[in-house]
Ligand binder design. Structure first.
Ligand SMILES: Cc1cc2nc3c(=O)[nH]c(=O)nc-3n(C[C@H](O)[C@H](O)[C@H](O)COP(=O)(O)O)c2cc1C
Length: 339
């Protein structure tokens, strides 16, 4: 990390915004571009890595979601999901969906993605929603991959350090998208990033990347002054030319709504989103059941996205999203880093 020309990591952003073009654009500015593989299968990952290699000869990384432990879900998960199905059903009917009876299919790509990355090494791999085993980390390190884990509190930082990762991504509560809590039921750590970074530094000497709610050059400088190696930026890249952000998501960011909140309404895990009609209506009803909630709401979100109905999509956004510009990635980065 300390050989990056610009101390910037372009956050992995699964679900559309991350593209090979965006990752390559970040790497070509001298930062580290990241591909989001959380929802990909191995063939899709192979294709995206191929594209990124065609667009840059600079280092880049791949982000994976650690699988949830089924024991994390409450014993009455099925009943909770049924109540949520009932609440969503009228909205589903508007789009011709049978939310009450739709089967939830849970794909399991984690091990095939990991195998692919062992056979086709990339410079950096990061993990979200948990820490892989020490053996899995060691196998990646053995193929010269630099391995990081995203943490939101000092306890999880200590666990990841014990598993011998190379670095940590420290994610503050203002971050857009999911919080990388290790357990589904964990409450979000509300400590601001400026406090969380020293708390993590107190438990480990590992190099740190810090992110969550970065909105300005001043924010970047304040974080670097805490001694982190680089700053991770997501939301500020969402409206860039290279991002694959959907029109509905772009419309939500530019809708004039100023507020974001952490909600389990879309996936069962806490994630920061723009407070649109979906969040207002369903947040209080949403159970902490993951990943079933993600796959239960996915068809509804897909239909809303297709209809460009920004009030109904998961418009992930960090707390400083009003600073987001519609520009080429290189220009956004140059404004942010004063390059
Ligand atoms: C649209 C979106 C999708 C995201 N998807 C991922 C992901 O796939 N993996 C991950 O580790 N973090 C993901 N995040 C969180 C980012 O890694 C990072 O913590 C966050 O963007 C930093 O806060 P900021 O958005 O305020 O810059 C996502 C964030 C956004 C906004």
């Amino acid at each position: 990390m300390d050989d990056l020309e610009i101390p910037l990591v372009g956050a992995p952003m699964a679900g559309g915004p991350s593209t090979p073009q965006l990752a390559a654009a970040v790497s070509n500015t001298g930062g580290l571009g990241m591909l989001a593989a959380g929802y990909l299968n191995a063939d899709q990952l192979a294709e995206q890595v191929k594209q990124i290699r065609e667009l840059t000869d600079q280092p880049f990384g791949v982000n994976l979601f650690c699988p949830a432990d089924p024991n994390d879900n409450p014993a009455n998960a099925e009943a909770l999901l049924q109540d949520y199905r009932l609440a969503l059903a009228p909205l589903g009917r508007e789009y011709g969906l049978d939310i009450l009876n739709d089967e939830i299919v849970l794909p399991d790509h984690f091990h095939s993605l990991l195998d692919w990355l062992l056979a086709n090494p990339v410079p950096v791999v990061t993990f979200t929603f948990g820490c892989p085993s020490a053996e899995q980390i060691e196998r990646l390190q053995a193929v010269s991959t630099y391995v990081g884990v995203t943490v939101t509190n000092p306890q999880d930082a200590a666990l990841a350090a014990q598993a011998s990762v190379d670095f940590l991504c420290v994610q503050g509560p203002d971050a857009g998208g999911h919080q990388s809590t290790f357990r589904v039921q964990d409450e979000v750590n509300q400590l601001p990033l400026s406090q969380l970074v020293p708390d993590v530094q107190a438990v480990t000497n590992l190099p740190l990347i810090a992110g969550g709610g970065v909105g300005s050059n001043q924010d970047v400088r304040s974080l670097l002054a805490l001694g982190v190696e680089a700053v991770q930026v997501g939301t500020l890249l969402l409206l860039s030319d290279e991002a694959g952000t959907s029109q509905a998501h772009r419309d939500a960011l530019q809708s004039g709504i100023a507020e974001t909140q952490l909600t389990r309404a879309f996936t069962g895990r806490p994630a920061r989103a723009i407070v649109n009609d979906f969040v207002t209506e369903f947040d209080a009803l949403a159970p902490a059941v993951y990943p079933q909630m993600h796959y239960l709401t996915a068809p509804l979100r897909a239909k809303a996205k297709e209809a460009e109905a920004w009030q109904r999509v998961n418009a992930w956004a960090g707390a400083r999203f009003s600073q987001t510009q519609t520009d080429p990635t290189a220009k956004i980065i140059s404004t942010l880093f004063g390059t």
